[in-house]
Ligand binder design. Sequence first.
Ligand code: HPA
Length: 261
Amino acid sequence: MTIHIGAKNGDIAETVLMPGDPYRAKWAAENFLKDVRLVNEVRGMLGFTGTWNGHKVSIQGSGMGMPSLSIYANELIRDFGAKTLIRIGSCGAMQDHVAIRDVIIAMTATSLSTPSSGIFKEINFAPCADWSLLRGAVAAAETKGTPTHVGGIYSSDVFYDERPDLTEEMTRHGILGVEMEAAELYNLAARHNIRALAILTVSDHLRTGEALPSDQREKSFGDMVEIALEAAFANQCTQNMACPLNSHGVRSNLDQSSCAL
Ligand code: HPA
């Protein structure tokens, strides 16, 4: 048990999907996992554990914004031994060729600041996704035929942004979309040598002003959950499932000490 997660030791899987919204965690667990148990309800930030294709999986809400995500990700990693964290969330599109309902897989996450800025000081650290998860997610999205974009996103500290010039610069530099959590997730994954990825559904469009009506959000969200689950368990070593060295010999960020090859 931690300050913010009321689960017991062993209640949480090494693979955790993290939607911002705790009710999305509930919906995803009920619709995609088997043998689901509620493992956390502290502050209403619901967390569930179940199985997917025989793999143990947890789905824990992160809340909105990097400070909130940082609390849950830190506790999942340090106290519950999480090794793979996949954010599943929404974002605003920043490019004309990105449409509402499209999926964005975040290769990198630019930010103005994150909770880690105090550590990095003058360094402009480049938070990036885990390659094995990124590749698994792209392959899963291609198989499903989901319209998907892979590239950089912007993790903002504010939803109601008073700096339209920043949005313009992000768009000019090819940033696909804006959300509020991924950069710190990637920072924490790098610091603790675990795998992380952010998969996002476009819920609104900063250039056209369109927004996905809430009753249409479920289907797009479901595609994203499936892509995340496929990615989490793709690229596993064929000799030893506990080994993160995948069948093509590309190493992920994980420690290789358990590899039997
Ligand atoms: N801005 C920031 N975060 C978001 C947005 C947005 O437009 N849409 C979904 N998450």
